[in-house]
Design a binder for this molecule. Structure first.
Ligand code: SAH
Ligand code: SF4
Ligand code: F3S
Length: 474
């Protein structure tokens, strides 16, 4: 069953108009009851989704909602979903399933589902048929329609299970949404949306549409305001962040260089870079930078040239290793991290071992490893699959190899004084604080509340594969 409800274009002026209408309705409620209607936002998935959720919360606040911490307190629930692996979708669907009980107690409750899952027709149909209490959906390229869709659903008392227009999916770069940032010292700044790469295993290009970059001036203004407001780490986001500005006269390296010139005590980082677009120019800009964190997340995915080709990654191991070598030549202390998929269709034992050998050759500081999950509509899902037991055992072997490498990479940090951005109390022990280094490594130390959100210098005493421990030095 096809979902034909496509959202018509909407201007910033119209968005403001619908926002004002809902605000009026919510203000009247607050005047009558002494409390604001609540909005609960739940986020699955990557940093891009976290950044989107900050916009959703910002828009909800602008519409007169108070952001609340639990779904039970909410009049509006927004579930921001991820579709990257089956597990992510199952988790979101299971939580949405639980909201049925909350809705049964509160029939006025509005439940919106947004994010990557809603871009897939079969998921929209599933939400429509099996989750009748889901009031509306909103794709990642349609977030700016939120006030209108919410107004329509409230005033017409109808469901809106919608799909995105071609225009939004391929061209729109909506500015002007207020952002309700979760942190007062770490900020996400989306600089481009979508992905054109169509890696054969990946659902993202089908969910987030075509690559489109924000105007350089808008990004510079946002980053400058954040630095002036005291933000200490600003992370530029894009599915393929280093293809920013393709086809314009400002490429990613130029943008990073311009941002680096913003005065202040702050770190600039970015993710995620595609190895095919990791240019020497960018590495040179990083090496010369004042604020640019010496950290590079460069997903390798596989160490086998044949597998990389079938994955449609557009680089081979020679090119990948060349980039790593150049990076270390220019910045010997750079922290390099990566993503690996094990059990891609057709991956042989020998090809998997190529990946293990590549880990030994590169020696990543950290690795995010994933078991391949077939995604409906992607080419790899149609290929012959590897049995789950084989995938599982390869995954375990990969982790064991990487854990040994990470532990060895951290060991020389013992005795070093590292600059750490303090995040606050760690889980479990209120005296032990945690923070992250410029390279993103987690550090534990005895801290105090006034350190939170600022830089501290920590003398490292002990290290393991996943963390460092030390003492603050004044
Ligand atoms: N745009 C980024 C990251 C996208 S998703 C990039 O290109 O690097 C984050 C990671 O999820 C990917 O790097 C990949 O390792 C993993 N991933 C993507 N699709 C997957 C799938 N179908 N199964 C398992 N892992 C997957
Ligand atoms: Fe997915 Fe590849 Fe795009 Fe990354 S670059 S989002 S892995 S298609
Ligand atoms: Fe998931 Fe979409 Fe991010 S699929 S990983 S939320 S881009």
């Amino acid at each position: 069953m096809a979902t034909k409800n496509i959202l018509p274009p909407i201007s910033l002026v119209q968005r403001k108009e619908y926002t004002a209408r809902i605000r009026e309705w919510n203000d009247a409620y607050a005047a009558e009851t002494g409390a604001r209607r609540g909005c609960f936002v739940l986020t699955f998935g990557c940093q891009q989704n976290e950044a989107d959720s900050e916009k959703i919360a910002g828009m909800a606040e602008e519409m007169g909602y108070e952001i609340v911490a639990s779904p039970e307190e909410a009049h509006l629930i927004m579930v921001n979903t991820c579709a990257i692996r089956e597990h992510a979708e199952k988790k979101a669907l299971s939580i949405i399933g639980q909201y049925k009980h909350i809705r049964a107690k509160n029939p006025e409750l509005i439940i919106g589902v947004c994010g990557c899952m809603t871009a897939q027709e079969h998921r929209r149909d599933e939400l429509k048929m099996k989750y009748p209490y889901v009031t509306f959906t909103l794709g990642t390229a349609s977030l700016h329609h939120f006030p209108k869709v919410l107004w329509d659903t409230l005033s017409l008392k109808r469901r809106f299970i919608t799909s995105e227009s071609e225009e939004d999916f391929t061209k729109t770069v909506a500015e002007g949404a207020p952002i309700r940032r979760v942190s007062g010292y770490r900020a996400w700044v989306s600089i481009m949306y979508g992905c054109n790469n169509f890696c054969s295993y990946c659902i993202v290009p089908y969910c987030r549409g075509r690559e489109r970059s924000r105007a350089k001036e808008d990004i510079i203004r946002e980053v400058r305001e954040l630095v002036e407001a005291g933000y200490k780490e600003i992370t530029l986001l894009g599915q393929n962040v280093n293809s920013y500005g393709k086809g314009t006269d400002c490429d990613f390296a130029d943008l990073v260089a311009e941002l680096d010139a913003i005065e202040g005590d702050w770190w600039l980082s970015f993710m995620t870079s595609h190895p095919k677009d990791a240019s020497r120019k960018l590495i040179d800009v990083m090496a010369a930078g004042k604020h640019i964190a010496r950290r590079f997340h460069l997903p390798m995915q596989s160490g086998s040239d044949r597998v990389l080709k079938v994955m449609n990654r557009h680089y081979n191991m020679e090119k990948y290793l060349d980039t790593v070598t150049y990076m270390r030549e220019k910045m010997p202390d750079v922290v390099i991290t990566s993503d690996i998929i094990v059990g891609f269709p057709g991956e042989t034992e020998e090809e998997f071992e190529d990946t293990l050998r590549a880990l030994e050759a590169v020696r990543f500081d950290m690795l995010y490893s994933f078991i391949y999950s077939p995604r409906k509509g992607t080419p790899a899902a149609e290929m012959e699959q590897i049995p789950d037991v084989v995938k599982g055992s390869r995954f375990d072997r990969l982790l064991a190899t990487q854990n040994a490498i990470a532990a060895e990479k951290n060991k020389p940090l013992e005795g070093k004084l590292l600059r750490v951005l303090c995040d606050g109390e760690s889980k479990g022990n209120p005296r032990v604080y945690s923070g992250r280094t410029e390279g993103g490594k987690i550090v534990f130390f005895e801290g105090a509340p006034d350190m939170v959100g600022g830089f501290v210098n920590v003398r490292i005493e002990r290290t393991e594969a996943f963390a460092l421990w030390g003492k603050v030095e004044k």
